[in-house]
Design a protein around this ligand. Structure first.
Ligand SMILES: *Cc1c(COP(=O)(O)O)cnc(C)c1O
Length: 354
């Protein structure tokens, strides 16, 4: 039976990518060797790294004033690396959920943090609209998509400060003006590849201003100087990210995936709003196209719903352990067909118990 994978992360990857990745594990580039057993300094791998870095710029339309890195430590290490590299006197942060809160907690260990807006008052069920960005901060940090609570920025915050964004769960999901950002980071495992690497794209001019001397592994510029291979890179994760970006590009890039993702999320939310048994947990205007969070109004029906989900081959729909309920993660590689199967199970529930 076909499994419909709604996992929040690591998330679904295109089948074609998985097939190519598994081939490379056995015989990479017809070398008679596995990708996992050749030097990262070999020409064959250096080409992979260069291609991966190039594809980020190409998909985002970024020029040579940006550098791109593939590092380890997850998006979580960026919570600390960002302030270590950019914070001189103080930084502004917006708190829209668990990951934003963690970024704030780590940044506070580096310097003064001004939390200029938060949606914590309503359990992170909306995106703050009114806030003032201080002129004297070194940068403004926000999280474009809140993976756990299911909210997403539809219009990015406007500021003259360098704009820094954790895009882990909606990177490459729609067209954006990436040149408005001074630094974007994303753990690959939600929407651009497998677990094991984190992509960082930054405007070169923002670096080197803090006067802080950093261990080289935590220093963006030191990593960039060595073409993102200061030490042994996560070769498999970079390769599979490269394949995933190639898949995206060959299908029509961000204009194409934006339409696909709009179709999927419109299909899901419209079914949700027409179903008397379920309700969404986030303000309608701030609902995420990537992670749709919702509840059964009558919790007692959960075992029935879970049973039907299982019978339909739907996997990964449980909400994050910290919030409960359900979460349908509709990342780039999830086909519309899977969303249709989910909404038909929800309709079946309404027919039986509505
Ligand atoms: C998953 C996630 C993280 C944490 O990523 P790790 O790579 O596990 O450190 C951070 N931010 C967002 C928005 C996420 O979705």
């Amino acid at each position: 039976m076909k499994v419909h994978n709604f996992s929040a992360g690591p998330g679904i990857l295109p089948e074609e990518v998985l097939r190519k990745a598994s081939e490379a594990v056995i015989n990479f580039n017809n070398l008679g060797l596995s990708l996992l057993e050749i030097s990262h300094r070999s020409q064959d791998f250096e080409e992979v790294m260069e291609k991966a870095r190039g594809l980020v710029k190409e998909l985002f339309g970024l020029g040579n004033d940006y550098d791109v890195l593939f590092l380890q430590g997850g998006a979580s290490l960026q919570f600390y690396m960002v302030p270590m590299n950019l914070l001189k006197t103080k930084a502004a942060y917006i708190n829209t959920g668990t990951w934003a809160s963690e970024a704030i907690a780590d940044a506070k260990k580096v310097g003064t943090i001004d939390v200029i807006a938060s949606s914590e008052d309503k359990k992170f069920t909306y995106i703050p609209k009114k806030f003032t960005v201080p002129k004297d901060a070194d940068y403004l940090h926000f999280t474009s998509n809140n993976t756990i609570y299911g909210s997403q920025w539809k219009e990015f915050p406007k500021t003259d400060l360098p704009l820094v964004c954790d895009m882990s769960s909606d990177i490459f999901s729609k067209q954006i003006d990436a040149s408005k950002f001074s630094l974007i980071y994303a753990g690959a495992q939600k929407n651009m590849g497998p677990a094991g690497t984190t992509m960082i794209a930054y405007k070169k001019e923002i670096m080197g201003k803090t006067g802080r001397s950093l261990p080289k592994m935590l220093d963006y510029e030191a990593n960039a100087k060595k073409d993102s291979m200061l030490n042994t890179p996560p070769v498999f994760a970079v390769y599979v990210s490269m394949l995933t970006m190639e898949w995206l590009k060959n299908n029509g890039g961000l204009p194409w995936i934006e339409k696909v993702n709009e179709m999927k999320s419109n299909t899901f939310y419209s079914a949700l709003d027409h179903n008397p048994l379920f309700k969404g947990t986030v303000e309608k205007e701030d609902r995420s196209q990537m992670n749709a969070t919702f509840l059964l109004k009558n919790e007692k029906l959960e075992p029935e719903f879970d049973k039907l989900l299982k019978e339909a081959g739907i996997s990964g729909l449980r909400g994050h352990r910290s919030v409960g309920g359900y979460r349908a993660s509709m990342y780039n590689a999830l086909p519309l067909e899977s969303v249709n199967v989910l909404t038909s199970v929800m309709r079946e529930m309404a027919n039986k118990f509505g």
